[in-house]
Structure formats: structure tokens, C-alpha cells
Write a protein that binds this ligand. Structure first.
Ligand SMILES: Nc1ncnc2c1ncn2[C@@H]1O[C@H](COP(=O)(O)OP(=O)(O)OP(=O)(O)O)[C@@H](O)[C@H]1O
Ligand SMILES: [Mg+2]
Length: 468
């Protein structure tokens, strides 16, 4: 048949075998129709997504004699579909990350709580106390990790703060290894801690940038290779520029972060356009060409600069310079037990579905002198309160996210029946809706998980001592 060879040649390589064998099967098995989707090359070399519906005309012996098809261009529909699938995937991944972080925060609150209780017990001294201190410090580090996960899942308000670049990379190492696969090795050349690399940035955004660069490096090394992460500090004086980039850096101290691969490298033309939105050389349909553009935007907004060094066949190095800031003064966690916790005698209702977090909270509050009532859910708490209507609850300490009746609904009910009750919400994630509406309310407080007994004691006093 004339033309069939031409048609076959224009089919996308990946779709050709499947499409042809499916047509063969239809021709051979007596079918009267065939229908299929494939990519088809146009005169300018780009591909269209086609949906073809065909009728198979047969002679009296049942042999196929004609194949009459009509084709519909579904490229736009396909792209839209892909976009939806992609954003749903990211959404689902974000939700998963947020969920894992939430559960971890419950465990960490328990670990921090019991470590502190142990440290307060009189017989605990010397190496035992030291070991418990180590456990506590590890839980603190884990809580930094969960806050990174939350940042990724966007359930965390974006906030620039002083962060240490080396620690972000160290925390990311595991995820990177998973992301890059087995045939890419990862090396880190990090600035030694004597000269720390603090910058002011949103840790979530910075994480995103490093991941974008790592994914690009992976794509550039389909046969495997080496990815090197480097950090360092750098001082710009006068007109000097760290890597000969045309754009200048204002004089000052910078932290440098570089991601280097041994991949295919870039042409001069690609180098010129890499930071432009929608510039991509990837035809896989999954790449939007926004990775470097958004990264560049964030870096520039933060007063930094991003440079490319690359040659075809010789790999690529992307270097980021961000203004360096002084390290924050004190270590982020104080030595526990050094301070007397704030006490009180009011009545507190604790509503929390995680048994371990509820127990530690109740124990700590009782040890501080409070009268504590506990419930595992909003419904249980309602029942409890209805049983003893004379009991005055001064403070409600409630988890925000719970199965059945959520913390917010219960708090609403509670403040209706008892307007003078103060409310502290505890939660593993700061959900947008909460921030916008409730944080401004008088009498509403928020305690993020994980928390230690000192933070709990302090927040409880703060809430109780605020006049409404
Ligand atoms: N490490 C690298 N090695 C070689 N080329 C690269 C590298 N990083 C980026 N590029 C080139 O720059 C282009 C733009 O990169 P960018 O990250 O902005 O978009 P993308 O990776 O194509 O798509 P997206 O990141 O949105 O999924 C890439 O398509 C590629 O051609
Ligand atoms: Mg990319």
C-alpha cells in the first residue's frame, strides 16, 4: 500500500511498534474498527498527539481490503491532562510528606517530654544524664528535619530565617541518593564548621533549589556519573567577581554553594538561555523549563547570584552565591533542667488523639500543679464536660488535627458553652486556614509540635495570664 511506509516513518519511535502491532492484530482478527493514540511527526519536526479512529473494510472472505481512518489532533488536550496529572502528583507527594512529618512530630514530642522528665529525676546524674541529653539532642535535630518536610509540603508558612547551608545539605543527602538512583555517586565538599555558612533564606526554598539542580544533573547523566555538592565562603571586594560572570556582586561576604555533574554539559546557546522561564531541551513532556528560572528568581531576590560553568561533554557546575550572615547567638536548645518550670493550679482540659503525646502532656501539667482532665477526641471531651457541668475549665489544650470532630470545631463548641476558657492549639502542621483566621483571635494560642515540657509550661502560663 502506497503511503503506509511514509505514515509508519512519521510515527514517534516509542509509539511505532505498539501502534503497528495493534493494527496488525485488528486486521488479522476480523475486527471492523480500530482506534488508537500515537505521536506523529509534522513537517517542522515537532510531534502531534493524534487520536485515530479507523474502519476496516473487508471482502466476502473476510480479508481486509481497505483501512479508512480519520485523525483528530488531541495535542492540547493531552498537554492539559499531563499538567493535571503532574500537579496532582506533586500535591499527593506534598500531602504524604506532610502526613509523615505530622506523625513524626508526635513521636518527637514524646521523646523530648520523657527525656526531660528523666533529667529532672533526682537520681539521674553523670553519664546517664549525658546519654539522655544525647537522646534529646537527636530528637531536636529530627525536629529540624520534619520542619523541612513540612516546608516542602507547603503546610508551613514561608519564612526566611538564618540557616546553615551545610546542615541543609547534610539533611538532604538521603533524599538525594534516592532521587539520583544507583549509577550516580554523590560527593560532598563542605566548608568546615570552624567557618560556618549561615545565610538568611527560607529553608524550604533552598531545599527546592538544591533538588532542582540535582534533578538537572541527574538528567544530564543518563549513563551515570558523579554529583558533587560543595560549599564555601567568599568575600567580594571592589569589582572582583568569583567566577567571571558578567553580572556583578555587591561587595560583601558570601556563602557559595555549588552543584557539579559529570554529564553532557551545555552548548553556548543553552548557557545563554538556561535561566529563562520555559527554556528546556528536554522533550520528555515532563519538563517545563522552570527549574532554573525559579531557582534564579529566588537567589536574585535574596541578594545573591547564580552562575553556570559548562562545556559540551565536560559536565556542568552551577554556583550560587548568597549573602553571608552572622551565626545566631545561642544554641537553639537550652540545657534542660537548668530552669524552673512555670507552675499553676488552674483546670486544664487536654484533648489529643495521640496517646503518647497526651500522656506526656498530662504528666507534665500535673507535675506543675494543674488539675488536668483528658480526652482522646472532641466527642469524648464533650461527653466529659456534659457529665459535670459545674466543672470550670480554665484552659483547653487541643490538637488541631484529629479524626472525627477536629480541634477547631471542638474549641468553637467549648468557647460557646464557656466563653472564659482560653484555647491553645497544638499541631504538627500550620495549616493555612488556621493562620489566616484564628491566630488573630483573642484567647487563641498556638503551640507547634514537637514541644518540650518547658515550652508547654510557658505557653500554658502565657495563655492563662492573658486577659480576654
Ligand atoms: N546540569 C545540567 N547539565 C546540562 N544541561 C543542563 C543542566 N541543567 C540545566 N540544563 C539545561 O538547561 C535547561 C533548563 O533547565 P531547567 O531546570 O530550567 O528546566 P528543565 O530541567 O528542562 O525542566 P524542569 O526543571 O522545569 O523540569 C535544561 O533543559 C537543560 O537543557
Ligand atoms: Mg530542571
Amino acid at each position: 500500500m502506497a503511503g503506509i511506509g511514509f505514515w509508519q516513518k512519521q510515527l514517534h519511535d516509542e509509539d511505532r511498534p505498539r501502534t503497528i502491532s495493534s493494527i496488525r492484530e485488528a486486521l488479522g482478527n476480523g475486527a471492523e474498527r480500530w482506534c488508537g493514540e500515537y505521536r506523529f511527526r509534522t513537517a517542522d519536526g515537532s510531534y502531534l498527539h493524534l487520536l485515530e479512529r479507523a474502519r476496516i473494510v473487508r471482502n466476502e472472505n473476510g480479508d481486509a481490503v481497505r483501512f479508512v481512518g480519520s485523525m483528530m489532533d488531541i495535542t492540547a488536550r493531552k498537554q492539559l491532562q499531563d499538567q493535571v496529572v503532574r500537579s496532582q502528583k506533586m500535591e499527593a507527594f506534598g500531602q504524604l510528606a506532610g502526613g509523615v512529618a505530622h506523625d513524626f512530630n508526635n513521636f518527637l514530642t514524646t521523646i523530648l517530654g520523657y527525656s526531660d522528665l528523666l533529667l529532672h529525676e533526682s537520681g539521674v546524674k553523670g553519664s546517664t544524664a549525658q546519654h539522655i541529653g544525647e537522646i534529646r539532642a537527636a530528637a531536636q535535630r529530627a525536629s529540624n528535619l520534619t520542619s523541612q518536610l513540612l516546608a516542602f509540603s507547603r503546610k508551613h508558612p514561608l519564612e526566611p530565617r538564618v540557616v546553615e547551608v551545610n546542615s541543609i545539605i547534610t539533611n538532604l543527602e538521603r533524599s538525594l541518593l534516592r532521587l539520583l538512583g544507583e549509577n550516580i555517586t554523590v560527593e560532598c565538599h563542605l566548608q568546615r564548621s570552624a567557618n560556618p555558612t549561615h545565610i538568611k533564606a527560607d529553608p524550604g526554598q533552598l531545599t527546592q533549589i538544591i533538588l532542582n539542580l540535582a534533578v538537572n544533573a541527574r538528567d544530564a547523566m543518563p549513563q551515570g556519573g558523579r554529583l558533587t555538592l560543595g560549599t564555601g565562603t567568599f568575600r567580594v571586594e571592589g569589582d572582583a567577581h568569583p567566577c567571571g560572570c558578567p553580572e556583578r556582586l555587591a561587595p560583601g561576604d558570601y556563602v557559595m554553594l555549588s552543584v557539579t555533574d559529570t554529564g553532557v554539559g551545555m552548548t553556548e546557546e543553552a548557557k545563554e538561555h538556561v535561566f529563562e522561564p520555559f527554556f528546556t531541551t528536554k522533550a520528555d513532556g515532563n519538563s517545563s523549563g522552570l527549574g532554573l528560572a525559579t531557582s534564579y528568581g529566588i537567589v536574585r531576590q535574596s541578594g545573591g547570584q547564580m552562575c553556570v560553568t559548562s562545556e559540551p561533554g565536560r559536565g556542568t557546575m552551577i554556583t550560587i552565591y548568597l549573602p553571608r550572615v552572622a551565626a545566631p547567638p545561642a544554641p537553639s536548645y537550652k540545657k534542660p533542667g537548668s530552669k524552673k518550670l512555670l507552675t499553676g493550679s488552674e483546670t486544664i482540659l487536654v484533648v489529643e488523639d495521640d496517646v503518647a503525646v497526651r500522656h506526656i502532656s498530662v504528666r507534665v501539667l500535673r507535675s506543675l500543679g494543674y488539675d488536668v482532665v483528658e480526652a482522646a477526641s472532641g466527642d469524648d471531651a464533650q461527653r466529659l464536660i456534659s457529665l459535670d457541668e459545674n466543672k470550670k475549665i480554665d484552659l483547653l489544650l487541643s490538637d488541631l488535627v484529629m479524626p472525627l470532630m477536629g480541634g477547631r470545631d471542638f474549641a468553637e463548641w467549648m468557647t460557646n458553652v464557656s466563653p472564659s476558657t482560653k484555647v491553645i492549639f497544638i499541631s504538627g502542621y500550620l495549616d493555612q486556614a488556621f493562620q489566616a483566621t484564628d491566630q488573630g483571635d483573642i484567647g487563641m494560642f498556638f503551640l507547634p509540635k514537637p514541644f518540650d515540657p518547658e515550652q508547654l509550661a510557658q505557653k500554658v502560663r502565657e495563655a492563662l495570664d492573658t486577659r480576654s
